[in-house]
Design a protein around this ligand. Structure first.
Ligand SMILES: [Zn+2]
Length: 88
């Protein structure tokens, strides 16, 4: 269970609240790490870029209701494309 902590265990940044739309399949609010420097995000993105040559990654996500940790897919667009050099 969650013991009141809403910080990312990977980078210690406060988690951002995400209210999923009904179509996403989630029925409650989730918390996710929006830190683009998060090791979890950066490492996952490097692996995907090297393996699949796709420009997306995973962010750390927490279900506050169950305490379950779930990776969510994050497309890397806009400013994030500037980080593309890290993948080569
Ligand atoms: Zn993080």
């Amino acid at each position: 269970m969650v013991n009141g902590s809403t910080t990312c265990p990977h980078c210690r940044q406060p988690l951002a609240k995400w209210e999923p739309c009904a179509e996403s399949g989630w029925d409650c609010d989730l918390y996710y790490c929006e830190n683009n420097e998060c090791p979890y995000f950066v490492k996952g993105r490097q692996i995907i870029c090297e393996t699949y040559e796709k420009n997306f990654a995973y962010r750390y996500c927490l279900n506050p209701g169950t305490g379950q940790e779930t990776p969510i897919v994050a497309w890397c667009g806009g400013d994030l494309s500037l980080l593309k050099g890290r993948c080569s």
